[in-house]
Design a protein. Sequence first.
Length: 399
Amino acid sequence: MARGIRKYSMHVYNYFFYIAYASYLPFLSYWFAENGLSAQQIGFIFSIGPLVGFLMQPVWGMLIDYYGIAKQVLIVSMGITPWVMLLYSFAGQYYAAYVGISIVLAVFASATLPVVDAVTVRHAKKNTLSYGSIRVVGSVSFGLSVTLFGLLYDKYGLWVMFPAYVAAMMLMCALSFLLDTEYTQKRDDEEKPAGRGGLFREMLPLLKERRFLLFLIPVFIAAIGPQLNNAFFSVYISHLGGEASGKLGILYTISSIAEIPVFLFSGVIIRRLGYVRTLSLVSLAGALRWYILSLEPAFGILMMNQVLSGITYALFLATGINYAYDTSPAHTKTTAHSLFIIVYTNIAGITASNIGGYVIEAGGYRLLFGGAAVLSVIGAAGFALLGRSQAERLRNFTT
């Protein structure tokens, strides 16, 4: 019995972890807008996380790899992060305070998700489970709880987001103390990390490969839309009028539930269509998603569009990660995976957050999401070019 509980302990951990995410992630930019921040200011604040994460995540990773302190890092990160975020509620009209809080928050928050993923992967391998089967539990809990949080904030006020996040993360902090040390400590047979210099040295050969560069360029272009959505979607919903918190909860629930079958069957889809064709089709579907948002449609259409949101997000991420891993040399597979995440999340996030605010103030959300649709089409064309390049390379090889 104890062995069975231990085997599925990370399912429970991920379940509550994504409830904590659901308590604030869909609502934070809406709270910024409600407190008087402009679109440009919100965009800059949302660019801080990817930038600081790019700088700090390798540092956290090296500390964990050298000293085997994943559990301690999670306890510190989860114990500090919610209290730093609580300071937003005291920032008032002082924009510099928001920026300072965001920097400190990003330093500690940058350790959370990557470490949870790393511990989950190790646990899955040790217990003959798949990472996807555990990660799906997080999608379920996020989807089930985000609507409840939205209704709660509609009734009692958006400020409740802060104590809700504190309570959820204190629970996660307590659960982190219970993590099995087998999955959070460094094993003797593991190699020490190469460090940031080693990471960049391994990146250079990949970036010199024409095929991998042809992959990263459309990844960056197609990722602008999702990163714009991350920064401004809740502000966009509030712009449409009505009680935004409840609407956001429902919309995020729909997209989270739509992710579940995609995470479970992404391998089957990729095998049937192939990497490049899947990425091209997902990018075109993303273009349709952004075009619908640019029309500022009725809430019923937005709900249907969120199904497309969940499918495109999950399938693009799963396909991109697997392509980076499977098409890179054996000694650079981890670096290739990291490089894909850096481009998709950090570089695209910094670019989209900063440019998006200016676009909104210049032409509104029609221009913002219309531009994202165009970029997604360009991204799809880039992936099609990658497929053509691979086909020509194969023909030349066989002849």
